[in-house]
Ligand binder design. Sequence first.
Ligand SMILES: NC(=O)C1=CN([C@@H]2O[C@H](COP(=O)(O)OP(=O)(O)OC[C@H]3O[C@@H](n4cnc5c(N)ncnc54)[C@H](OP(=O)(O)O)[C@@H]3O)[C@@H](O)[C@H]2O)C=CC1
Ligand SMILES: CC(C)(CO)C(=O)C(=O)O
Length: 320
Amino acid sequence: MAETEYGNGAVGAPLRSGETGRIAVLSPGGVGGLLAGLLARDGRDVAVVATDSTAAGIAERGLRIESSLFGDFTAHPPASPRLDGRAGVLFVGCKATALHEALERVPAEAVRGALVVPLLNGLEHMEALRRAYPDARVAGAAIRVESTRVEPGRIVQSSPFASLDLAAEGVAGDRFDALVQAVRATGLEVNVRESEAEVLWKKLHFLLPTALVCTHAGRPIGGARTDRRDDLLGVAAEVERVAEQYGVDLDTGVVQRMADGIPAETKPSMLRDREAGRPMEVDALGGAFLRRARAAGVPAPTTERIVADLERINAALTAG
Ligand SMILES: NC(=O)C1=CN([C@@H]2O[C@H](COP(=O)(O)OP(=O)(O)OC[C@H]3O[C@@H](n4cnc5c(N)ncnc54)[C@H](OP(=O)(O)O)[C@@H]3O)[C@@H](O)[C@H]2O)C=CC1
Ligand SMILES: CC(C)(CO)C(=O)C(=O)O
């Protein structure tokens, strides 16, 4: 039997138009684990790809989700350290700091023609994914949620908000529509936008000030938005000015209202990494933004200062 383009892992299972095909989720951490659990609970054909020990743990005990929005449950998707067979969709849920190693678990052949949906914050992972998977279509995406991998295979989702923005640019079609439907059916809000740049810059506009300032201050948003308000709004205004040079209109007033409206105890994942002594995404977020700012000739002194400090802290963390 001829090999089908996107089987359910098994060679020969034809994919009908409008279906997602098998949904692989690489790295079941805070955001990847939440997506994998929600989709598996709905009976979707989900395959988790994880580090060796986490894959073994999920295969044995399942993937535990404890969520203020979606309830508590254990899902039992198959989990392995490497993607075997093909997938029609690949969610990428690792941190930027582990991206290159993590991608080795998903061969390019396994996602030929597939839709690749990165859940990472930042900008430069898009180029890295397109280089790794030249025959896949990589969608601009951004997830807004606070979700934490408290131990391997156990995810706690705590925010009163959870939404996924997806850009249709370059990826529109039946599989994209099917994916939107599948994710919406889990209860997660999905917003479809046209432009990839808009999706990525809008997320960065909120994320960069909150991640940098909360992490620098060592405090959740409630402390950062009062004690470090000038820095928070300063970074947001710099993102607005740089984004404009890349054709994206942003409004720092929106970020201000969002930062004032979310629960005081909200912690960006970068702050959680600092607290746990893990490598932080300083370069993937702050560094990438500053490279764009320099290329556009727009000064970003507030971001420069905070990123320089966090780079020193990160170097000390990663040195041991
Ligand atoms: N957490 C959040 O609330 C949000 C996070 N984001 C963004 O999403 C991305 C992921 O963040 P988050 O979910 O917090 O990350 P986590 O630290 O919770 O999870 C990272 C996952 O990557 C896995 N991993 C590490 N190394 C490898 C490897 N070599 N191969 C395969 N998997 C690997 C980890 O495995 P193991 O479990 O085995 O350690 C873990 O499951 C980041 O870019 C972040 O900025 C965006 C919005 C919200
Ligand atoms: C700030 C937050 C929790 C909001 O989505 C986030 O995106 C992150 O930490 O990566």
